[in-house]
Ligand binder design. Structure first.
Ligand code: CP
Length: 289
């Protein structure tokens, strides 16, 4: 089966993936495909975490991996995305992971028969990131219902925000967004950062996604940090048990100060660790159904 967006999965299926990820993390569940499965990772946009987290997950499951480099592929000779993925299917690859800058790129791949795992599409969805975020929240609080989440930053251009808001609300969390006016998404509830910071359980910071901006915006790092960033001063205003999350990569001293990155409230590197187990669970689900 494909995993393209979490809206395609029932809450029960999402919970099952999180449970399987927990079993992989605790070591109670082990799978070894013994090299029988081959997964190709097709990344058409830069990535460190998603790309190598999927690859680590594949290796832990005993899969063989193929690392596709678009810039040295026949796409340079005009081959389409569909024909490229169809080629991997014809080669006998068992599944593909794809990241692409185009929203819903997967709609052109409807005739592909091998599983497709979405590693992020345009500003729309990032299912593996959302699942690892959910996993990290559940690991921390033990539940979702009633938690308050504040997502701060470049909401408009963020697939992490769009992907998370939908699934978090389905799971009973209340999600607020905040950040500079020009990064607002008019379809979402927008609140004052300072006012909501002390009220929420999770503060999720986002990078300013300059690569997705059609017009250049001038950002003064210091000013941004004081208005919408987390720094030593405002972290102390958060609830005692509240946590800081960030999908990363982060820009130090813009949305997050150096001294906050690894502070006791930060779960940023834990998110990265959890991502491997969540992706193992996603791969198992995609390959087995
Ligand atoms: N969080 C995330 O998607 O990071 P990468 O762009 O490095 O994959």
């Amino acid at each position: 089966m494909n995993i393209l967006k979490l809206a395609d999965l029932e809450v029960k299926e999402i919970e099952e993936i999180l449970d399987q990820a927990a079993a992989f993390k605790s070591g109670t569940k082990k799978i070894n495909y013994n090299g029988d499965k081959i997964i190709a990772n097709l990344f058409f946009e830069p990535s460190t975490r998603t790309h190598y987290s999927f690859e680590t997950a594949e290796l832990k499951l005993g899969c063989k991996t193929i690392d596709f480099a678009p810039e040295s592929s026949s796409m340079k000779k005009g081959e389409t995305l569909y024909d490229t993925v169809k080629t991997f299917e014809s080669l006998g690859v068992d599944a593909v992971v794809i990241r692409h800058r185009e929203d819903e790129y997967y709609k052109q791949l409807e005739n592909i028969k091998i599983p497709i795992l979405n590693g992020g599409d345009g500003t729309k969805d990032h299912p593996s990131q959302s699942l690892l975020d959910l996993y990290t929240i559940k690991e921390e609080f033990g539940h979702f219902e009633g938690l308050k989440v504040l997502i701060v930053g470049d909401i408009k251009h963020s697939r992490v925000a769009h992907s998370n808001i939908k699934v978090m609300e389905r799971l009973g969390m209340k999600v607020y967004t905040s950040g500079p006016e020009e990064f607002r998404d008019d379809n979402l509830e927008f609140v004052n950062f300072e006012e909501y910071l002390p009220k929420v359980d999770v503060v999720m910071l986002l990078r300013i996604q300059l690569e997705r901006h059609n017009e250049k915006v001038a950002i003064d790092a210091k000013e941004y940090n004081s208005k919408y960033g987390l720094n030593a001063t405002n972290v102390s205003k958060m609830k005692d048990n509240a946590i800081i999350m960030h999908p990363a990569p982060f820009n130090r001293n813009v949305e997050i100060s150096d001294d906050v990155v690894e502070c006791s409230k930060s779960r940023i590197f834990k998110q990265i660790t959890n991502g491997v187990y969540v992706r193992m669970a996603m791969i198992e689900k995609a390959l087995n159904i």
